[in-house]
Design a protein around this ligand. Structure first.
Ligand code: TC6
Length: 271
């Protein structure tokens, strides 16, 4: 489903496993919608999610995206029932979960994961692919793949280690223990905890803050922070300085600084 503030968009895309809603503050809200399976990440769901993100990336009326699930589960993992009988050649040749690479590589707009309930296995990995995580106080994070005789395969070993450090990541991956929202915030996995019932609206409001800024500048800032996970400090600092200089080639930098001097709100035009 694809809705604009509750109304179905005319050039609507039909999705069966997600709901996409465009809010008036230039925020797109994507809700994972397989409640009976606790939003387990089946191939059709992941294909729809990646498709929707690419549509929203190309939609100039959208400045930021929120990805959420239900109060019980953000996503309880990759779909175990779908995976259980697959052979090595099937997962290898069909590049199981390969479509998710596009989430990190192709989406320049900020994406917030608003996590209530379980974010386990692929669900925790999906949340970590987003730019930051806001957690409901009932959130539970974990990488329990070890209990199923497998390991995380959508970035869990890498992103969790970078987010919470080796010791905690190793413990969670090797024991399958879940961590609650308070522990996740303490260890840096989530940026903030919000009452569960307020979580989605708080995430939409936070996304709206970002959507009101210059979109190319927001994307540049996102690119710089992401580079911190890929480069040496010297390379990262060089990239940041070059991209900082590049912002001076935009009208929005001129407008932002002029508005400050004029004591008025800036009118960003995204160029
Ligand atoms: C990335 C590469 C590697 C693999 C990564 C992974 O993510 S591996 C996965 C890592 N994740 C895990 O190992 C967590 C697996 N899940 C659990 O341990 C529990 O569901 C729970 C503790 C999250 C909630 O317990 P609860 O007693 O409150 O609820 P409940 O248990 O009654 O579930 C309700 C329904 O949802 C269904 N369903 C749930 N999850 C999945 C799933 N991932 N898949 C499919 N289905 C799933 C469940 O079968 C049931 O349907 P049924 O049978 O009635 O038709």
């Amino acid at each position: 489903m694809f809705r604009v503030s509750g109304v179905l968009r005319s050039a609507a895309k039909t999705y069966e496993n997600i709901i996409v809603e465009i809010r008036p503050n230039k925020v797109a809200l994507i809700t994972l919608n397989r409640p009976k399976a606790l939003n387990a990440l089946s191939t059709p769901l992941l294909n729809e999610l990646v498709d929707a993100l690419q549509v929203l990336q190309n939609d100039a009326s959208v400045g930021a995206i929120v990805l959420t699930g239900s109060e019980k589960a953000f996503a309880a993992g990759a779909d175990i029932k779908e995976m259980s009988t697959k052979s090595y050649m099937e997962v290898f040749q069909n590049r199981l979960f390969g479509q998710t690479d596009a989430i990190v590589q192709k989406i320049q707009k900020p994406v917030i994961a608003a996590v209530n309930g379980f974010a386990l296995g692929g669900g925790c990995e999906l949340a970590m692919m987003c730019d930051f995580i806001l957690a409901g106080e009932n959130a539970k994070f974990g990488q329990p793949e070890i209990k199923l005789g497998t390991i995380p395969g959508i970035g869990g070993t890498q992103r969790l280690a970078r987010a919470v450090g080796k010791s905690k990541a190793m413990e969670l991956v090797l024991t399958g223990r879940f961590m609650d929202a308070a522990e996740a915030e303490r260890s840096g996995l989530v940026s903030r905890i919000v009452p569960a019932k307020d979580l989605v609206e708080e995430a939409v409001k936070t996304a709206g803050t970002m959507a009101a800024f210059s979109q190319p500048i927001v994307s540049i800032a996102k690119e710089c922070v992401n580079a911190a996970f890929e480069t040496t400090l010297a390379e990262g600092l060089r990239l940041e300085r070059r991209l900082f200089y590049s912002t001076f080639a935009t009208n929005d930098q001129k407008e932002g600084m002029a508005a400050f001097s004029d004591k008025r709100d800036p009118k960003f035009t995204n160029n």
